[in-house]
Ligand binder design. Sequence first.
Ligand code: PLP
Length: 387
Amino acid sequence: MTALAQTSPYPIALDIVGAEGCHLHTRDGRLYLDLVAGLAVNNVGHRHPKVVSAIKDQADQYLHVIPYGEFIQEPQVRFAAALTGLLPEGLDSVYFVNSGTEANEAALKLAKRITGRTKLVACHRSYHGSTHGSLSITGNEEKKYRNRPLLPDVHFITFNSVEDLAFIDARTAAVVVEPVQGDAGVRIPDREWMLALRQRCDGTGALLIFDEVQTGFGRTGQRFAFEHFGVVPDILVLGKALGGGMPMGAFVSSQERMGLLTHNPVLGHITTFGGHPVVCAAGLAALQVLEAEKLAENAEHMGRLFKELLIHPRIQEVRGMGLMLAVDLGDADTVQRVVMGCLKRGVLGFWFLSCPTAFRIAPPLCITEDLVREACAAILAELEGGT
Ligand code: PLP
């Protein structure tokens, strides 16, 4: 493993040989119940047969043929039509890229193009990605301080603070918000705040960007988290589950706004691999599975079951919506003990970037009642002292 760069000094290092549905198989013959889903990626489960078959079919036709936007590639066209068919008015044009962070970068560029302004507003404790622009709007100083200078004119507000909305003004190009903050430890805003945020953006001419990289595709119990609040963004940023287990990001806005990328300069945003035909085929199949198997609804039901079952004096709170949950134990040492103890029991949970007192539950959305009960039994046994 020495030739492979690492970013964690303590990787879990499960040696994966297979994955299916809600389970991972390791080389030593063990089976793990996956409560992480590749960090909110495998919403339809690992290797869903329809996704695998779409990948194989497309691989039999063509792989990469040209950078984005030059040829007509049916998988892109079909996926964009299916996706926008599920989105409200004003979100009818999709640009496919390769990752969540890249989608955020492009959304920031588009917002500057549309408004002619430079000021960006984002939230404390947010996470938007690891490249320079996305890192600039990420509200986690620990991840940023070694990488300065970052983008100028970025201002942070407190998530869910009505008072702080005053920082959004007529100089603001865009406000970037996760409708439910993920790596902050799953934070849900008040509906009133979301409505006030939308109003403030409308009043100042700032664009509202929702980063739904983590919350999208049924994760919170609705197709997209913004649906819980009845607030539609000007630009929607997608990633993770979008590609059905393949790498993909996208930003979505109106045809009129996206049209700006075609002129002055032409090729206003370009990518070699964005909208790769195999990835689009996988994404479309995953979207169809999400709808046909009503996985957002299942996320809602199974999320409720987790909350009902995870009752213990050591659990301070189970926060979240659908299957985007944070189990807050109040201290980082207990989180470490429980996550590692569950791993020994064959149940994979995970940490958050900016919330050491809680661990994450975000399984594939196809998880069944029996598997939820199995996962909770392991967590509760660990909380009882690991016996
Ligand atoms: N935005 C949010 C809300 C995320 O949770 C993440 C990744 O965790 C990103 C952006 C970055 O996505 P990617 O890792 O695909 O660049």
